[in-house]
Design a protein around this ligand. Structure first.
Ligand code: ZN
Length: 236
């Protein structure tokens, strides 16, 4: 094979590896970002749940105070019962006490319901908080691993780029420029095989006479439709 063509084939291999590595690298930061969002979303949700619990506790304390006040009302009324002179007054007082007791029962029931609900939510929150702590640790570890991988990939790419530049410096500047433009404009594929007379870049058939010339691997022939540089290899 013509030396320049051989170099271009080598550079193409390096460029393909660079592109693969960069594609792989791009997933890292995306994954890190998604995990960070997941954790912060969970944190926000738990903060909202905590606020709900605090609200319920406030409500319960208020009701407990009400209950205390109502109970002392009943006690006062019961104490007064002995001082009542007439039966009519006595009956009225009893009725008042009954009503106050009924109201106490109702408030007591409400306090209980609030207590149960709060306990339930607290238990859930405790479990969720434990899960979150665990997940935070996992995310931290995973983030570190991904960052390490990114660093490794960066080092690999740096080496590949150095090698690519070294190889490219060995060919004439016009061809080098042409190659670089093709890499940029043709999705990272500048040098392609021609299999059975078909360009493996754009899959157009090339004229038979051109195919014969390409098969010799003696000069840089470009595809009439996509401008990629041809080489020939029977089996890939
Ligand atoms: Zn083509």
């Amino acid at each position: 094979m013509n030396e320049e063509l051989e170099t271009l084939c080598e550079v193409q291999k390096l460029d393909t590896r660079i592109i693969e590595n960069e594609r792989k690298r791009a997933f890292g930061p995306q994954k890190i970002e998604a995990m960070a969002k997941e954790v912060s979303d969970t944190r926000e949700r738990l903060a909202r749940e905590k606020a709900v619990i605090e609200e319920l506790e406030k409500e319960r304390r208020k009701k407990e105070q009400e209950l205390e006040a109502e109970k002392s009302q009943v006690k006062k009324a019961e104490a007064k019962l002995n001082e009542v002179k007439t039966n009519k007054e006595y009956q009225a007082m009893l009725k008042e006490i009954d009503a106050a007791r009924a109201s106490n029962d109702k408030t007591e029931e409400e306090v209980l319901v609030l207590l149960e609900r709060t306990e339930e939510l607290k238990k859930d929150l405790q479990t969720s908080t434990k899960d979150l702590v665990k997940r935070e640790k996992e995310v931290l570890d995973e983030t570190k691993t991904i960052e390490k991988e990114i660093k490794t990939v960066d080092e690999v790419v740096t080496d590949l780029r150095k090698e690519r530049e070294r190889l490219l410096s060995g060919i004439n500047s016009d061809l080098r420029a042409r190659y670089n433009i093709l890499i940029e404009k043709r999705g990272g594929l500048a040098v392609v095989n021609v299999r059975n007379g078909t360009c493996m870049g754009c899959f157009m058939n090339i004229p038979p006479q051109m195919f014969i010339e390409v098969m010799k691997n003696n000069e840089t022939i470009t595809c009439p439709s996509c401008n990629r540089i041809f080489f020939y290899q029977e089996e890939e």
